[in-house]
Design a protein around this ligand. Sequence first.
Ligand SMILES: C[S@@+](CC[C@H](N)C(=O)[O-])C[C@H]1O[C@@H](n2cnc3c(N)ncnc32)[C@H](O)[C@@H]1O
Length: 363
Amino acid sequence: MRLIKQLHFEKLKPLCPICRSNGQESFLEIRSVLKESNNSIIEGILICTNTQCLSEYPVIDGIPIIVSNLRTYISQNLIPILCRDDLTNTMESLLGDCFGPGSAFDTHRQHISTYAFDHYGDLDPQETTKSPASPGSIVKLLRQGLLSMEHNVRGPVIDIGCSVGRTSFELAKKFDEIVLGVDINFGMLKTASSILENKYVSYPRRKSGIAFERREFPAVFEKAGNVDFWVCDATALPFSDEVFSAGVSLNALDCVWSPYDHLKELARILMPGSRAIVSTPYDWTANATPVESWLGGHSQRSKHKGSSEAVLRSLLAGGDHPNAVEKLELISEEELPWTLRLHDRSFMEYLVQMIIVQKKSAS
Ligand SMILES: C[S@@+](CC[C@H](N)C(=O)[O-])C[C@H]1O[C@@H](n2cnc3c(N)ncnc32)[C@H](O)[C@@H]1O
């Protein structure tokens, strides 16, 4: 019997990102399965089939890590990769006090707290109406986008920047297809993968400062067997052209190091005629994206007067823009709310622009 991940592999046929960056298409294959559970690979090794390359990529906690600079990636993700999840809440709080605010451990817990609250808080029986904003804003955003996506979804679906994974589960409920959630953050995907494996959410919910409480509750999603979570870079996706029949990129465009490359990659991997939902609050920071790569948000003296919306429209309109994404056509745009919870007394309210784009058919 084939393992679930093997089937996803055969369908998605991932490429070696190192060979891809050198202009070559070399497929990866599963070299070894070291640990399996629930008919899925938990630990294993993938290898590039190009005998001149033979690069290896690990599967850890059920998550394949398919990025070109693996050594740098692993060394920068030591905490989420090696972090244990068997400690009691009390011991975790003591360690949190020792690591202190601003530590990698603290940043990791804060990210999980914020995104797990919004993605899964609607399923948490302990979540009361006392809080000024309710969870679930990302599910509402996705549902609104999906109204324009009935269109032609016959083949794998990709959820780029999926974080802790709720939108991937929602996409699997909606479409009878493989849904691949990809993100660059191993810690977020570890939460997503553990929900997939255990049908159970367990996350540290921030109260204030470095005080957290653990929330645990069941989360069962229909057709979750079609979902998989991989570490991939949105600006260099390890797939051949035209593999996906739909794409979703919610609030990731202003978090990647090159929004241009992200849009070009989205255009490349979509099948002709298929659509993608892209939303963004254009909340630019130089920590995530160098200013030269921001879409607007600077250079008010230019033709677009620093407007991010105008730059995005002009990229999709083709024309003379050096980074024009000629293969995508803008179908619609609207503005929608998106809320994130930072702690008991702090919420961030965004107004995101959501666009629907369609891959042009080859003429
Ligand atoms: C603002 S969060 C949005 C998460 C989720 N889509 C949501 O709206 O709740 C942006 C996500 O993009 C991911 N991300 C940033 N750079 C990335 C890259 N180069 N490749 C893939 N994911 C990336 C982050 O790790 C994070 O999970």
